[in-house]
Design a protein around this ligand. Sequence first.
Ligand SMILES: C[S@@+](CC[C@H](N)C(=O)[O-])C[C@H]1O[C@@H](n2cnc3c(N)ncnc32)[C@H](O)[C@@H]1O
Length: 386
Amino acid sequence: MAEWERLHAQDHKGTKRGLGFMQGEEEGGTNAAASVASHYNSLHDRHRTLTAGSDLIHLRNLHNWIKSVLIGKYMQQNDAVLDLACGKGGDLLKFKVGRCGRYVGIDIAQQSVRDAVMRYNGASGRAPMPFPAEFYAGDFSGTDLDEKLPRDMHFNLVSCQFALHYSFGTEARATQLLRNVASRLLPGGFFVATLPDANVLVRRLREAKELKYGNSIYSVQFDERHASKRFPTNEPFGVSYNFYLNESVENCAEYLVPLPVLSRLAASHGLELVEYCNFTDFFSREWKQNLDLLERMSVLPNDDSISEQEWEVSHAYMVVAFRKKGERVASQLPRPVHRPFHENQIIFLDGADGKDQQKSVKDQEEARLRRGGEDMMPEGKRIRTQ
Ligand SMILES: C[S@@+](CC[C@H](N)C(=O)[O-])C[C@H]1O[C@@H](n2cnc3c(N)ncnc32)[C@H](O)[C@@H]1O
């Protein structure tokens, strides 16, 4: 039996999908968001989904392949895409392959957004991305995007890869994220995400002797507040844990995302759950149809294979997809956006980290005036200082 099949069987042995959760202390708000930003800013193009160390190359490739398949499944040619938590732009190529019509990337870590801009413009001798794009630094669960983005900016696809769980620190933050997605998604559009699978994390916690478990490449640590290992359903937010991969300390807390809670919150914003699937199940279902991609992305090279330990990490994640109610609306054609995108065009929204925020906003305004007032941004997208 393949490792992913064993993990699948183990998790579907008479278990109920859906758990209760216990609320933590009043944490998970803006301070937690700031710590996430500084954590990701401090990583030099090295995080859990990109390059977590060459020894985890297969895991990295596998997770990139899963994201590619997921995006490919829900994206249509010429779609307008919102990449929430775009990080360093690691998914730009996937949107290029999907023939993206227009791209907007937002991340709380401003240094990551700068890296994404470089990648978009064609860093390290690579070709620039062929689609128009804009970049924002801001907190996706602390900012009202309905109010802050240009009024006519809507998307066919909203993608939030390996980041949704940061919003579950409080109900207000999780709700704001869903409100942001729903307000900017066109009818018939999709919201796709990858995130830790709370059922697997909690099952492993209950099987462990301590509050920490893992293997030689990963570990998950819950704190003493969760010593009972019980999680009341009526308090589902703020259940934090720390995830360590290959001994690299993730010093920012993540939060369990109970699927029933996410699904209810999404439904109350007009988003219907159309798919949820653990990574290993997703792999076993999709690999045959996507064999070419599997080979091209070197997920299963001949000379080596994904180790049991790596499958165990992968099994801690899941994909979800939601559809916004209504008939599909074709993407709007973007107004011309000048390229390359300049770093000083990054717009700072509420919650973006960094003390130079106001200065950057001022720089942007001055740069615009130096260009004789020509607005390189689409009309309506004025710099907002909070
Ligand atoms: C694991 S990385 C994933 C990056 C990218 N989506 C990918 O898959 O390669 C998580 C990203 O989420 C971003 N992030 C976390 N909380 C956020 C928030 N509240 N608003 C915007 N971005 C956030 C981090 O800065 C980081 O870039």
